[in-house]
Design a protein around this ligand. Sequence first.
Ligand code: ADP
Ligand code: MG
Length: 256
Amino acid sequence: MSTQPKREFILALEGVHKEFDGYKAINDLNFYMDEGELRVIIGPNGAGKSTMMDIITGRTRPDKGKVEFGKDTDLTTLNEYQINRLGIGRKFQTPSVYTDHTVLENLWLSLEGSRNVWSTLFSRITPAQRERIQEVLVTIALTDRADWKAGSLSHGQKQWLEIGMLLAQNPKLLLVDEPAAGMTDEETAKTGELLVSLAGKHSIIVIEHDMVFVRQIARKVTVLHQGHVLCEGTVDQVQNDERVLEVYLGRKKKAQ
Ligand code: ADP
Ligand code: MG
């Protein structure tokens, strides 16, 4: 009869399974995240990181298990569009910005409500929209590039613009897949600062390989292996965890 109040997470995955042709890509995955957290997920290739994001965003439907967003939204019953409208934004690895449009136009296009290139470009920008765009430009440090064509930006700047395009929609949860890939060290460091500055205002999941970058941004790290959480903790804790060393360095394989 005891009714323990349920702890409220922004995101909770419980007992999630997903098989592809008999291969268990996600295997009894349990994952919990507090609101405002910046969580880093690491794991070897094929660990199921992208599949996990596909499941959260509705791109892939799990075979079983719960995926709860906030107190009582079951994401497994919704499609990608509905999930996006709830405030879950995803940034894929390669930037997809409109290269022939300016930075400002790209941000404008991504604002809530204005989804169509033509209707947006032939309508007038409202003061509220302008204000939101300015805020985002400051956040992504591209104010002085507002009138540049997105195609003329550096790789790092394009990535920031795309993060800005997601921010323009005011997401509650932001999923970011390997943001530092292909960036210079300086761009990587700036990306880290950007993500850290967003934590608290948004909940963020970052998938990353670059351990220098992980160390810069991470509070709590989740290590995924064979579709299951292998361990969680600070960067130091997971880097010294025997199970993680085994998975990454193949210690046990020496005996082969
Ligand atoms: P990660 O992102 O951690 O590298 P993935 O989630 O991409 O791992 O993949 C996990 C496993 O699931 C891999 O073995 C991959 O080949 C497989 N997989 C992922 N998506 C599909 C799919 N749509 N069809 C078949 N197999 C898939
Ligand atoms: Mg992946």
